[in-house]
Design a protein around this ligand. Sequence first.
Ligand SMILES: [Zn+2]
Length: 246
Amino acid sequence: MKWASHIAIGRVIADALDLSQGERKAFLDGIVEPDRHKERGNRDGRSYLLRHHDPTDRVIMLHVWMARRLMLRNDTYQGYRHLGMALHYIQDKSTSKGILGLTHDRREEKLAKVEPSSEAVMRGLKEHVSSPEFVRRSISEVRPLKDPRKIMTQASYRSASVAAAVIDLSGRDKVKKDHARARRRHALTTVPLAIGSLAVGVSLSVLYESFYPAIPAAAIALAAFVLDRPYRRLRRLAEWNGLERH
Ligand SMILES: [Zn+2]
């Protein structure tokens, strides 16, 4: 996607969010930054060049998390910059590369003439949920499209809903309460159940010199682990709201 298209979507979102002058500038800088210079990633201490036009959803999520943490710390300039970078990748992901990239350039030319859809931006802002699960799902549902108008609608809609999810801090108090309650329940039931059943299973196994008694115990521990999924989701939500560090 061309700079003009990225900026056009960014402007509609910045207007809808009524960003301050400085936040708007940081946001629009971020939204073109990935094309300005090649970004480098880091894995196992080794630096490598990110394949810019095909970044993984993981890389996009890294920028999302970075943006969210900065917003929580009230460092909105850096927050909007990283949000802009995440949106850049979502917008590029929305564009089909075509066979061997031959049709890609022509499509980008056409796309540059299409206005971003403010209707899709408003819908995206309204339909967001402020959680990492929502953002992850939104990113994974972005499809590479061919029709310029559809590309613009999808890119506008997904960009807006991810932006709204990242900057929405209104759910913090509720998450804080839910998290505290779930944490107590987890400490009082799930953990003792899993540890207790395993301990019983292991001691019976030792007693009878057979591993069979450990099987139902392991099943119970596994069930406790599976039933614990809502708690793990809540923990991620707590982290999303700056309440827990991993
Ligand atoms: Zn790009």
